[in-house]
Design a protein around this ligand. Structure first.
Ligand code: ADP
Ligand code: MG
Length: 225
């Protein structure tokens, strides 16, 4: 579903990505591990159309996203791609439900349908009692689950998560990870997750290791066990 070929990226004279190849199937949960500074976030940004490679191409289904720009790119990203970051960036003055709805409303989807899906997502993520609370009244784990629901509101093809559990304790990290699997079961949702958490990476379908700007190691965890 997602294929990237020969991705290169430089910042100044520093070569951050040195020819990354990656390919992800629909419904897969793939994790990326690797040392700090190895280019994981840079790669995720490029795959997620937030940044452009210097060389190489990213295909989502049959669309070459590397060539998109301007409004076309913004619309494409809104419609097809979800993001979860380490820090959730929820809007403090809006309720959990509104935070989830906003990207759907911005996309111009039917207001009530968006609200209905937001309620269903929050329910699925165990937050049906928190719909009308503002982020400040929620725990860290709850806030991150709201961010996951928000990433899913437009029914994206793929969700990119950059250290989504980096700010959570072990129990909450494990729970969030389990929720990714629940969402896969429910929607056949595809996830690409950058993580420092070796235990959670091990639970994915596939674990990719980045080192020095390349994917150096790939483990198919189903075959391995
Ligand atoms: P990781 O997520 O694996 O820790 P990053 O992709 O964030 O790694 O960063 C890889 C390298 O690229 C680091 O050396 C970082 O300092 C550099 N880098 C990342 N983003 C920028 C940027 N916008 N400008 C300059 N250098 C950057
Ligand atoms: Mg990073």
């Amino acid at each position: 579903m997602l294929t990237a070929r020969d991705i290169h990226k430089k910042y100044g004279t520093i070569e951050v990505l040195k020819g990354v190849e990656i390919s992800i199937n629909t419904g897969e949960i793939v994790s990326i591990v690797g040392p700090s500074g190895s280019g994981k976030s840079t790669l995720l940004h490029i795959l997620g159309t937030l940044d452009k490679p210097d060389k190489g191409e990213v295909m989502l289904h049959d669309i070459n996203v590397t060539n998109l720009s301007g409004k076309k790119l913004a619309d494409f990203r809104n419609k097809h791609i979800g993001f979860v970051f380490q820090f959730h960036h929820l809007l403090p003055e809006f309720s959990a439900l509104e935070n989830v709805c906003i990207p759907g409303w911005i996309s111009g989807n039917n207001k009530n349908e968006v609200k209905k899906r937001a309620g269903e997502l929050l329910n699925l993520l165990g937050l049906s009692h928190r719909l009308h609370n503002k982020p400040g009244a929620l725990s860290g784990g709850e806030q991150q689950r709201v961010a996951v629901a928000r990433a899913l509101i437009n029914n994206p093809d793929i969700v990119f998560a950059d250290e989504p559990t980096g700010n959570l304790d072990t129990a909450n990290a494990r729970e969030l990870h389990q929720l990714f699997f629940k969402l896969r079961k429910e929607f056949n949702q595809t996830f690409l997750i950058v993580t420092h958490n070796e235990e959670l990476a091990q639970l994915s379908d596939r674990k990719l290791t980045m080192k020095d700007g390349k994917i150096v190691f790939e483990v198919d965890l189903e075959i391995e066990t």
